[in-house]
Design a protein around this ligand. Structure first.
Ligand code: ZN
Length: 389
């Protein structure tokens, strides 16, 4: 085995031990060895490193059944902090988040970001982050990374916003702009990607191994997370199901093609259709009419639920996930819709897939991009520290 392979295995073992402690804490060294199949000596050596790094701590507790004291290992959740940022057309949400995905402090800056110079947005982020840390007495040295979720196509490796129609940006090297201002290692990614990551780590379904998050809002998209890793595809745009073709002769989509999924269920499509019956400008107005029993509103919402159920069924056929998280304005602002989707799903789902997955709502709703971006930063930094420690 060459040196590179040895280093790789060492790193893999270390993150495996950390994952076991993270998911099953408090836990003894002996149990970690049993679960990972590693030797007690190797486990002890890795645990010593993790304790020294301040991430893992020893706690003395009675182990169940035996009644004698055993030293168990736990995560020190406040030992490291990361910052999660959601940046979209009208808001910047900044949160300081601990190891357990809990928000220690947060702040929202409202105001149009569309067509604003990226430098000015980075200035605002840096200034507000400094303020947040100072005002809440947070130890800045504990912050090991900053993660940012942005709607659009993101080149993760170079930290570039390739294209974001919400922000009106094209080829903006945003990571560098933020990193040089805040002085903390930074990472950026697509908003749905980080949202899916956060939901898969801290969401409703613990220890989900294959989570798909479907977002239905101004656009439609999805992200698959496998064992805590975002499946990106070749250019980080895997899961763009908004452009699944449902009818080559259907309505014109913003992509220039006809009959894409989002022309059936994206917010603008529903509003456009509603305007054939009544002048409305917001989704909530359609739901208002729906509650009042207006037949056209009932038919629009019913059809949207049908297409969401079809989409869930298609995604299940493609990935065979254990969990599907529904998110986005359509479902988060009207969670009762979940039952309608579930009922319809019964008609569409193919027999072998029945009972193989859970369909749940996003746990963190409006905060999920923030928490997810923080968890992406945490994962990347831990990976780095495990490699170098
Ligand atoms: Zn399209």
């Amino acid at each position: 085995m060459n040196k590179h392979d040895q280093e790789y295995i060492k790193h893999k073992n270390k993150s495996m031990v950390l994952d076991v402690i993270r998911n099953r804490r408090p836990i003894s060294r002996a149990d970690i060895a049993k679960i990972t199949g590693m030797s007690p000596t190797s486990v002890s050596r890795i645990v010593a490193d993790l304790c020294q790094a301040g991430i893992v701590k020893e706690t003395e507790q009675f182990s169940s059944g035996v009644g004698r004291k055993a030293t168990l290992l736990d995560i020190d959740a406040s030992s490291v902090l990361t910052v999660g940022i959601e940046l979209d057309k009208t808001e910047i949400k900044i949160g300081v988040v601990d190891f357990d995905g809990r928000i220690a402090a947060e702040h929202t800056v409202s105001g149009a970001n569309h067509d604003k110079a990226p430098q000015a947005v980075a200035d605002t982020i840096a200034a507000k982050l400094l303020e947040l840390v100072r005002d809440n007495g947070i130890n800045r040295d504990k912050i090991i990374g900053v993660g940012i979720g942005i709607p659009g196509i993101i080149d993760v490796d170079s930290g570039t916003v390739v294209f974001s129609s919400q922000l009106g940006w094209k080829n903006v090297a945003f990571l560098k702009l933020v990193e040089e201002r805040v002085g903390i290692p930074t990472t950026i990614d697509n908003d749905l990607n980080v949202k899916a990551l956060g939901e898969s780590i801290y969401g409703h379904v613990n220890e989900s191994r294959k989570t798909v998050l479907i977002g239905i809002g101004s656009g439609v998209g999805s992200t698959l997370v496998i064992d805590g890793e975002i499946y990106r595809g070749e250019t980080n745009i895997a899961g763009e199901i908004g452009h699944f073709n449902f009818d080559p002769n259907g309505m014109l989509c913003e992509c220039g093609k006809r009959g894409c999924l989002q022309t059936y269920i994206a917010e603008y499509a529903l509003i456009q259709e509603a305007n054939n019956f009544k002048k409305v400008s917001r989704l909530s107005e359609i739901f208002h009419e729906w509650r009042a029993g207006e037949p056209w509103a009932i038919s629009i919402i019913d059809r949207a639920c049908t297409y969401i159920a079809v989409t869930v069924s298609n995604v299940v056929c493609m990935y065979n996930p254990d969990t599907i998280v529904l998110s986005g304005n359509f479902i988060e602002q009207h969670p009762h819709i979940l039952e309608a989707v579930r009922a319809k799903l019964d008609d569409f789902i193919w027999e072998p897939f029945r009972g193989t997955f859970k369909l749940v709502l996003s746990k963190f709703a409006g905060k999920s991009v923030m928490i997810g971006a923080a968890s992406l930063a945490l994962n990347l930094r831990l990976d780095y520290e495990l490699q170098t420690s």
